[in-house]
Write a protein that binds this ligand. Structure first.
Ligand SMILES: Nc1nc2c(ncn2[C@@H]2O[C@H](COP(=O)(O)OP(=O)(O)OP(=O)(O)O)[C@@H](O)[C@H]2O)c(=O)[nH]1
Ligand SMILES: [Mg+2]
Length: 446
């Protein structure tokens, strides 16, 4: 299998393997999500198939009969021998979001499994069907590769991609050549390819450490400010909310994993001191382990945040399980639970009754629509209030002879009163205790 999803419109057939551990609604929701992932990649979903299996471990993943059925739907291009008669339906697990069309028979040229396959399973199924086969992780990594914009995201995704591709490289592209060229020469090619990937990975990891050091430096500079992080499942509306509460140009898009980098902006209308808001990468079920690890640093913003806004798409019936995924991934990357607020977003897509039911179910949550300016102001106000709760009031005497301190006070603290005396100004401020302590120490030593 190669990760070479073509730019042209591929026609994808999705396959769900239902096991005793993975079936029913869970399997249907997951398949609908796979359809959105595949569409994000630019493929057209032409049908779905499911099969009950005791596990996903079979050599060809599917049973013999099902494989023949799929081979017919993909034009019998592989090794599967089809001597049966009759036609098969493209959809045996219809997805409401996919418009049904009159498609020509045998029109799928890509097969996507909604589970992870081993490199040898991928190779086997590809050989049997003679079309390109992807598994769920392959699709997610491909999307991440395409959406990465900044240097950090590109490095992180490339590391994950190489880790994913490495074993497939060994078992697919080298296998045939190895046989053709004889053992010695084959081993050399294999070794060479392995070393190339290892070297590439080592280089990328070194580069990533450098970039991350720079990012850590920037975060330390900001550590005096109150920080809010928007976190949640992909497509929940984090970037849209970010744009609304910071007046920024962060793009929200109706595709999965639109955001791969953490973006930081100041809350707008601005406050004194400024409050910073960060938008983070979205989560998804069965997020590949390498990607979780690689987004450790991207999520460092959430780690440092004083307030976490858990944004969910409340109009998505599966948002409760999505929220569990968010908790799980945050647990894995070690984000401490700071103060948090559940934001039930996309309320404009819900009826008043549905909104009321949700508020009864989640009494501490805030119901919002990123499209509604009143809701945006409500969230803005909430953030400001929480930031102020963390502050204490104090008086600072600044002699006129001290230089630079007043500017610093104004940028990091909220000045509520100014009294000008003969040789000093007395400022009443609201600030966090740590900042006040630091400032006083500095003033004493200067
Ligand atoms: N109707 C409605 N649509 C919304 C709302 N908030 C966001 N959207 C839409 O939902 C889609 C996803 O929004 P994004 O803001 O990109 O979502 P995200 O959480 O940043 O997604 P990722 O970056 O993929 O993690 C876009 O098409 C938005 O226009 C809302 O409150 N109501
Ligand atoms: Mg986003």
């Amino acid at each position: 299998m190669q990760l070479t999803a073509k730019a042209s419109l591929n026609h994808a057939l999705l396959i769900s393997i239902c096991t005793p551990q993975f079936k029913g609604d869970e399997a249907t929701e997951s398949l609908a999500e796979l359809a959105r992932l595949v569409t994000t990649l630019g493929f057209k979903v032409v049908g779905t198939q499911s099969q009950k299996q005791s596990s996903t471990q079979k050599v060809n993943v599917l049973g013999e009969g099902k494989l023949i059925e799929i081979a017919r739907l993909t034009g019998n291009k592989g090794e599967v021998e089809d001597d049966s008669e009759g036609e098969y339906s493209l959809d045996d697990m219809p997805l409401s979001e996919i418009p049904s069309e009159d498609l020509p028979f045998a029109c799928a040229d890509v097969v996507v499994f909604d589970c992870d396959l081993t490199p040898s399973q991928l190779r086997n199924v590809e050989n049997q069907l003679g079309v390109e086969v992807f598994d769920r992780t392959g699709i997610i990594i491909e999307i991440f590769s395409r959406h990465a914009r900044t240097k950090t995201a590109k490095l992180q995704v490339e590391i994950a991609r190489l880790n994913y591709v490495a074993p497939r490289l060994r078992e697919t592209s080298c296998g045939d050549r190895e046989r053709q060229m004889g053992k010695g020469a084959g081993e050399t090619t294999l070794e060479l390819n392995r070393r190339k990937v290892r070297d590439q990975l080592a280089d990328l990891k070194r580069e990533l450490v450098n970039v991350q050091d720079e990012m850590q430096g920037r975060r330390t500079q900001r550590s005096d400010l109150f920080c809010v992080a928007l976190i949640g499942y992909t497509n929940a509306g984090k970037s849209s909310m970010m744009r609304a509460i910071t007046g920024s140009d962060v793009v929200g898009e109706n595709k999965l994993f639109a955001t791969l980098d953490t973006t930081v902006r100041a809350l707008y209308p601005t406050t004194q001191p400024r409050i910073l808001v960060s938008d983070t990468v979205g989560f998804i079920k069965k997020l590949p382990h390498d990607l979780v690890a690689s987004f450790h640093s991207t999520l460092a913003e959430a780690h440092d945040a004083s307030l976490l806004l858990y944004v969910v798409d409340a109009s998505d019936p599966s948002f409760r399980t999505q929220l569990e995924v968010v908790h799980e991934v945050l647990g894995e990357v070690g984000v401490e639970e700071s103060k948090k607020l559940l934001v039930l977003n996309k309320s404009d897509k819900l009826s008043i009754e549905q909104q009321q039911a949700l508020m009864t179910e989640f009494p501490d949550a805030m119901m919002t629509s990123a499209l509604n300016p009143n809701d945006v102001s409500k969230l803005h106000q909430y953030i400001v209030e929480v930031s102020q709760q963390e502050m204490i009031e104090d008086e600072i005497i600044v002699p006129y002879t001290t230089k630079g301190i007043i500017g610093e006070i104004r940028s990091t603290m909220s000045v509520t009163k100014e009294e000008y005396e003969y040789d000093h100004v007395k400022l009443t401020v609201r600030a966090n205790a740590i900042d006040l302590e630091k400032l006083k120490k500095r003033m004493l030593s200067s």
